[in-house]
Design a protein around this ligand. Structure first.
Ligand code: UFG
Length: 331
């Protein structure tokens, strides 16, 4: 199968490209390289540098590649930034996706797998969160992803475009061979920040809020390994190509969560030294607890995460960061 991976030079995209190639598939990556890295891609993957807002380039890339499926990762992903600059988020994430889906229906109406997020649920009343829980995003980022889910529904109805939505919880870790890993222009994720602190690039770790209604007062999240998440994309694409029902949304998580303190305990254990921690106020927009009910993807797509132990997950991230202290820079 030939898959076009849009945003394939990014963190999750590049791990998915790797899994696709290892499974013997052909891959074309379309990426504007605004936050992705050319170095994250194996030479077998063809790279087309283009922006989703450039409709002509998009259509031409699809026309030339003639893929059997499209996986769409390309998006701006920072919750805080989306609140400061919502226009950029709606333009990139929403308008860019409309362009992509329109170009797909106008060239070859192939299945689309879309990257959505747990942020569509907002501050959920009950956890674990099933897919049919109320959608109340608390950020422009979450709204932008939820809008794209609606747009896909409309494209499904109007044009018969087959699609699946994957809603990720907290993605972390790196490929176990530590050749690719997390390297965002702005560092905001808990595990990455802790490991960069261990490398001496930051002075200390701040715990954002200790008065949440959780067992130890810090936020609880469901940490899913990026390689397992990449596998979920392969399962979703294969199911759609095999004729599975279109229009389904799946949570991708382990189904259990860890608190900020538990994550920092795990990073301390992996790096072998306790990081200096400082307790601070809550970070605006952070829900207390986000844990996936991931039973649907396990039952329907056969999702079976391999990385279920927090320390093992953190170890893969540590192996990446300690061998690439400045990410892909200089490679
Ligand atoms: N945290 C700290 N200190 C830090 C960094 C983070 O205490 O230095 C806390 C956060 O406040 C939060 C938890 O650690 O409680 C996890 O934070 P991350 O930034 O690692 O991840 P988020 O849960 O905020 O974000 C993730 C995805 C987003 C997605 C969101 C859905 O990265 O893309 O879940 O809510 F939108």
């Amino acid at each position: 199968m030939h898959v076009m991976v849009v945003g394939g030079a990014g963190y999750i995209g590049s791990h998915t490209v790797r899994q696709l190639l290892e499974a013997g598939h052909q891959v074309t990556v379309l990426d504007n390289l605004s936050s992705g890295h050319r170095e994250a891609l194996a030479s077998q993957a063809k790279l087309v540098v283009a922006d989703l807002l450039d409709y002509a380039a998009l259509k031409s890339a699809l026309h030339i590649a003639q893929p059997d499926a499209v996986i769409h990762f390309a998006a701006l992903i920072e919750v805080g930034e989306s609140m400061r600059d919502p226009g950029r988020y709606y333009l990139n994430n929403v308008a860019g996706s409309v362009n992509l889906f329109q170009a797909v229906v106008e060239t070859r109406k192939v299945p689309v797998v879309f990257s959505s997020t747990a942020a569509v649920y907002g501050d959920a009343a009950n956890t674990p969160i099933p897919e049919d829980a109320p959608k109340q995003p608390s950020s422009a980022y979450g709204h932008s992803k939820l809008m794209v889910e609606q747009i896909l529904r409309d494209f499904g109805t109007a044009h018969g475009l087959p699609y699946t939505v994957l809603r990720y919880f907290n993605v972390c870790g790196a490929h176990p061979d530590h050749t690719i890993g997390e390297d965002h222009p702005n560092k905001t994720h808990l595990i990455e920040l802790a490991l960069l602190t261990a490398l001496g690039q930051r002075e200390k770790m701040f715990i954002n809020g200790t008065d949440y209604p959780t067992p130890d007062g810090t936020c609880v999240r469901d940490y899913v390994h990026v390689v397992d998440l990449a596998d979920a994309h392969l399962l979703a694409v294969q199911a759609l190509i095999g004729g599975a029902e279109s229009g389904k949304a799946y949570n991708v998580g382990l189904g259990y969560g860890f608190s900020v303190r538990q994550v920092l305990d795990a990073t301390d254990a992996v790096v072998g030294t306790p990081l200096h921690r400082e307790e601070g106020p809550r970070r605006p927009g952070d829900p207390a607890s986000l844990v996936a009910d991931s039973s649907r993807i396990k039952a329907e797509l056969g999702f079976l995460p391999q990385f279920t132990d927090l320390r093992a997950i953190v170890q893969t991230a540590w192996d990446w960061h300690r061998t690439h202290p400045h990410g892909f820079e200089g490679q």
